[in-house]
Design a protein around this ligand. Sequence first.
Ligand code: GLN
Length: 232
Amino acid sequence: KKIEPKKDVYVIASDSAFAPFEYKDSDGKYKGIDVDLLTRIAELQGFKIEFKFIGFSSAMQALESGQADGMIAGMTMTDERKANYDFSDPYFQSGIQLAVAKDNKDIKEYKDLKGKTVGAKVGTESADFLEAHKKEYGYTIKSFDAADQLYDALKVGSIDAMMDDYPVIGYAVQQGQDLKTPIKREVGGEYGFAVKKGENPELREMFTEGLKELKRTGEYDKIVDKYIGSGS
Ligand code: GLN
């Protein structure tokens, strides 16, 4: 189905570091599953995009204030968010998980977090999960604006554990970071492309249509496999 774009260029807000979905590569270019998917969808559907890799919570703010037309950032389609955003069809099945340093021996279940400090990125599903279970498990939450700060904090030991989306932790492990995931991941939500509620409906539709096309042709799997590899 061909949908007509209504803008010359759609501004797309994204995270600043969320590998393998979006990350700045050693050549200074942003790469990742989100980047490749939307770039191909825009080509197929005949619209132009301009990415702004500004960070997860900044991207949501940009969408709300109208500085961005759309958002792709490994964003989970939660019921709460559905009140403020319209989402495309889901494009990735995810979930959140706790990570600790590889040599950590005392955190094996959530209750071992009593008296510990746990980090997460501002505005994320992980941050919401930690907030919701804080009383139950008795940890302190430390918030970070960007993933590099979060992962560095765990590395230097200024936090005892952190929570993030499992494919992102998995990618970090694959890249040689000294992390492990002692607790089974939370059954998670699906990622969607978002527009502000009631705005740019054609953009959301073009995303869904393009996604269907990429799935039909097998290109979707190729893009995901390029970054994650099958089986992970
Ligand atoms: N999927 C998570 C969320 O939607 C994290 C997204 C991110 O950090 N880019 O909250």
